[in-house]
Design a protein around this ligand. Structure first.
Ligand SMILES: Cc1cc2nc3c(=O)[nH]c(=O)nc-3n(C[C@H](O)[C@H](O)[C@H](O)COP(=O)(O)OP(=O)(O)OC[C@H]3O[C@@H](n4cnc5c(N)ncnc54)[C@H](O)[C@@H]3O)c2cc1C
Length: 473
């Protein structure tokens, strides 16, 4: 068992900056991430040598360089599957299990992609919008030779433009938001002219390629066999509900669709920190002060896992959590000066303004949830349909855990990360006087990620089993 001052879970911009800030204050820090290198989702390290240099790849290289030149102990390719209240972290890596303890824990575990289910969303060839960014960044690969890009938020333009840049064909962009939604987000983007410019570049690439854009439209159905997909598009209202109007058919060999991101809170929920629901921040988030201190002593949150606000805000939120942790552990080692905290707070407030405006564009829309048909699968691990969830609600299920126990929704390998938000939203809408606060969320359980029994037991043989001696008569 290795002991550290601080354990950090997550090697994205938030986790790395938290680790660097804590380490530069003289604390012994260990960082865990299941990926092979630091960068998280946005600054993901490319796994192919021949990749195009972009703003994100340069920022990722700088992040990895800073971490490599620090005193932080790193555990990459290590999946954290259990965390206990005394801040013991159990992870599984290529050389077997690793157990570490920390005096403090910083959770920077990022987000999970949200897809509002529709008929055919589980068909092979239909993938998440955020998942498509993994293909594009890590493999330099287009999601399909012909791709339909659908959903809401800034990832729409990012995925479409990057697909075109590497030679893919985008058949159409289907955006639930209308021009007014984008206009409303514009004032906040002024605070980040660099990101605004990047956004304009994406749209210029899309326009030049002549990609049809369907604003205030949504996908209502996908048919096909995985390589030849046919999507049906419908106009929708501002709440995301399909309305009367011409249905359009678009064929593609990949449909990439995403409806925003939800903060990954399974670790803070497992540790029973207090949480609150915030639709604009992406869903349930751990209650925290402005520097990331949660309701539990020496437990901190940082980055999108603390509320969706984007990569730039994640960097500063990470620094704040690392500095707060260094102050709280006050061991006589170097203390961060107040000015460092103030600077990070100011920088965070500025970048969070931009990030929050993008997050609002991706917030769940009530009409969109209403449009999920009774035979549509909501929990794809356990094949639980909307109709089964409705029936459980009508039979009296009043919170997410009851729903889980009655239907098996959320009991599969993803542990509800994909369906939990949608199932709770349906429950809240179906219950008279219901709300997301009352519906709650699925209880977090270990193992936090799917594991093999071998990885859990490690080098364990039959001879290791203690056999009690027979009791004397
Ligand atoms: C799939 C995906 C793709 C995205 N692509 C983009 C993009 O292209 N551009 C953009 O601006 N935003 C993108 N986002 C949003 C993006 O996540 C953030 O804005 C930004 O990366 C947040 O930084 P973070 O450090 O908070 O989290 P992340 O960058 O998500 O980092 C969290 C890290 O924690 C690790 N982790 C979590 N749980 C565990 C565990 N149990 N064990 C070990 N490691 C764990 C993850 O592997 C990840 O590396 C994407 C989000 C997702 C979900």
């Amino acid at each position: 068992m290795n002991s550290f001052d601080v354990l950090v879970i997550g090697g994205g911009p938030a986790g790395v900056h938290a680790a660097l800030a804590a380490a530069s204050s003289g604390l012994e820090v260990a960082l865990f991430d299941e990926n092979a290198a630091a960068g998280g989702q946005v600054y993901r390290a490319p796994s192919v040598a021949d990749h195009a240099e972009t703003h994100d790849s340069r920022a990722g290289d700088a992040l990895r360089h800073a971490l490599n030149n620090s005193a932080v102990t790193v555990f990459f390719r290590h999946t954290v599957w259990a965390v206990t209240g005394d801040y013991r972290v159990d992870a599984s890596g290529p050389s077997g299990p690793v157990h570490c303890t920390g005096r403090a824990l910083i959770v920077a575990s990022g987000t999970t992609e949200r897809v509002v289910p529709f008929k055919g969303w589980t068909t092979p060839g239909v993938i998440g919008l955020a998942a498509a960014t993994i293909l594009l960044k890590s493999q330099g690969m287009a999601p399909g030779s012909t791709t339909l890009v659908a959903g809401c938020g800034p990832l729409l333009a990012a995925v479409a433009a990057k697909t075109i840049d590497i030679g893919g064909k985008v058949e159409a962009i289907v955006d639930i938001a209308g021009p007014l939604d984008w206009a409303r987000a514009l004032p906040a983007t002024v605070s980040r002219p660099d990101l605004m410019r990047e956004g304009f570049d994406w749209w210029r690439t899309i326009r030049r390629a002549g990609v049809p854009i369907y604003s205030r439209h949504t996908i209502v159905e996908v048919n096909g066999d995985g390589s030849d997909l046919m999507a049906t598009l419908a106009p929708c209202d501002a709440a995301g509900r399909p309305v009367d109007g011409p249905r359009r058919m678009v064929s593609a060999d990949c449909v990439t669709v995403g409806h925003g991101l939800t903060p990954s809170t399974e670790i803070t929920r497992l540790l029973r920190a207090k949480h609150r629901y915030s639709r604009d921040a992406g869903g349930w988030i751990a209650q925290a002060d402005r520097d990331g201190r949660t309701s539990r002593d020496r437990l901190y949150v940082a980055g999108d896992g603390a509320g969706i606000a984007g990569a730039a805000a994640a960097i500063h939120r990470g620094t704040l959590a690392g500095l707060a942790c260094a102050l709280d552990l006050a061991t006589g080692k170097t203390q961060p000066p107040d000015s460092e905290l103030d600077n990070a707070r100011r920088a965070h407030a500025k970048s969070a303004r931009f990030g929050r405006s993008m997050s609002r564009m991706m917030a769940l829309r009530h009409g969109h949830i209403d449009s999920i048909g009774p035979d549509v699968i909501v929990c794809r691990c356990e094949d639980v349909t909307r109709g089964e969830i409705d029936a459980a609600c009508d039979a009296g299920a009043r919170d997410a855990d009851q729903l889980k126990a009655w239907t098996r929704c959320g009991m599969g390998p993803c542990q509800g990360r994909t369906c939990g938000d949608i199932a709770a939203e349906i429950l809240a809408a179906r219950t008279p006087g219901g709300s997301r606060e009352q519906a709650g969320s699925f209880s977090a359980r270990t193992p936090l990620r799917p594991m093999t029994v071998e990885a859990l037991t490690g080098d364990f043989t039959y001879a290791d089993i203690p056999i009690p001696k027979a009791a004397p008569l």
